[in-house]
Ligand binder design. Structure first.
Ligand code: F3S
Length: 394
């Protein structure tokens, strides 16, 4: 792998301990994937923030890097395991909170923006078409590649942070145009009427294509919320890092060649939705995986206005989108119902299973996937039904 003179120096420790560590990770990755050289990145999204996933070893690693490491490009952060300000009302114990706040402090010292959201593209980290970036949140990776046309591999927490500290990443995979062409077509032969239909389709297709690049054909329109949720679903049931929607996403024309095709009909849609539903009455309801958009807050405000929630109801979103919701008057209507904003965190990375809940209702296929892995039962339903469930007496 060719390194520039500056990169050789970084690897030799001329720019400090953290930069050296970062370059070691990036060079090792480059060798594994046969990269010819590094490419500069303009934006990084770091995952691996919840103390639930990092543990003490992760906290120690970050604290060590924070002694002399600094982000070289715009770097934002994934959700943490709790609200950074309201963790007590979320039922989080003090021991967990103390460690989580130390993790955040280490990231702050590293020059990472404490954005704590998985939708950085709705909160000020908005790369442009064709830009090389290194993002480490799988749903955001799919969104960035597919919808924005920026270029990123599916980074893990350490490799994303390394890219931030070194300002570059090895040039391989989805940074190279020829690797961005679709590998399989999906003929969509049913109406997709709401984001949850896109989520179910993403979940079905992710399982079928694993780490392939699907090209969806026959979808006439898609909202930001549809694209956000399909991105998350594709990346959770499979290892998808990019998709194309014919006629809608910016690089879909790269697919002008004959491909093996799957079909997605009403039957697959119905079966996938039913597969994402366990038995049981929800005792916890949460929406916003990925974190809510302003349009979702508008819908929630309309649905919750004048109603009272009867069970724990979390609305996960970034502080930036919440701020926009405050200005638009949505937040007061939502909070007036007793629903809670879960800022900085989400129902998956917070230790919900330790808070005593058993059955979670959500409109996210991705959340269903991970909550089941954590031992909880799940009910997959549209956002409107989540509100009905939350406001119904059990
Ligand atoms: Fe975001 Fe949490 Fe879902 S990080 S994509 S809301 S699992």
């Amino acid at each position: 792998m060719h390194l520039t003179r500056e990169e050789e120096g970084m690897l030799a420790g001329e720019q400090g301990h953290a930069t050296r560590k970062a370059m070691q990770i990036l060079v090792a990755l480059g060798k594994i994937y046969d990269a010819d050289r590094m490419v500069r990145v303009s934006s990084v999204q770091v995952s691996g923030v919840s103390y639930k996933n990092l543990g003490d070893a992760g906290l120690e690693y970050l604290s060590e890097l924070a002694k002399d490491g600094r982000a070289r490009v715009k770097t934002t952060l994934n959700p943490a395991g709790m609200s950074l300000t309201d963790w007590k009302s979320q039922g989080i114990n003090g021991g967990f909170a103390e460690k989580q706040l130390k993790v955040i402090e280490a990231y702050r010292k590293l020059g990472v923006e404490i954005s704590c959201t998985c939708t950085p593209y709705l909160a000020g980290n908005e790369p442009g078409f064709g830009q090389h970036i290194a993002w480490g949140e799988s749903s955001a990776v799919v969104y960035a590649n597919s919808v924005i046309g920026a270029r990123t591999n599916r980074e893990g927490g350490p490799s994303a942070l390394a890219a931030s500290l070194a300002g570059r990443t090895p040039l391989y995979g989805l940074h190279i145009q020829e690797n961005r062409v679709p590998t399989v077509a999906v003929d969509v032969e049913t109406q997709l009427e709401q984001p949850e239909d896109f989520a179910a389709m993403g979940y079905f297709v992710g399982r079928a294509v694993k780490d392939g690049i699907p090209l969806f054909r026959g979808v006439a329109r898609a909202t930001l919320e549809d694209l956000k949720t399909i991105s998350a679903a594709l990346a959770s049931s499979g290892g998808v890092a990019m998709f194309h929607l014919e006629g809608l996403t910016p690089e879909a024309a790269l697919g002008a060649r004959s491909l093996e095709a799957l079909t997605f009909t009403k039957k697959e849609l119905t079966e996938t939705k039913s597969m994402l539903n366990d038995e049981g009455t929800p005792d916890f309801i949460s929406v916003g995986c990925p974190h809510c958009s302003l349009a979702e807050l508008a819908m929630l405000a309309r649905l919750l206005s004048g109603r009272r929630v009867k069970r724990e109801f979390w609305i996960c979103c970034s502080r930036e989108v919440k701020r926009q919701g405050d200005e638009a008057g949505y937040s007061s209507l939502i909070e007036g119902s007793g629903a809670k904003f879960a800022l900085d965190t989400c129902m998956v990375v917070a230790p919900v299973e330790e808070l005593g809940y058993k059955v979670v209702a959500t409109n996210s296929a991705k959340a269903c996937h991970y909550l089941r892995n954590a031992g909880l039962k799940v009910r997959f339903m549209p956002l409107e039904e989540c509100v009905t469930e939350a406001t119904r007496s059990s």
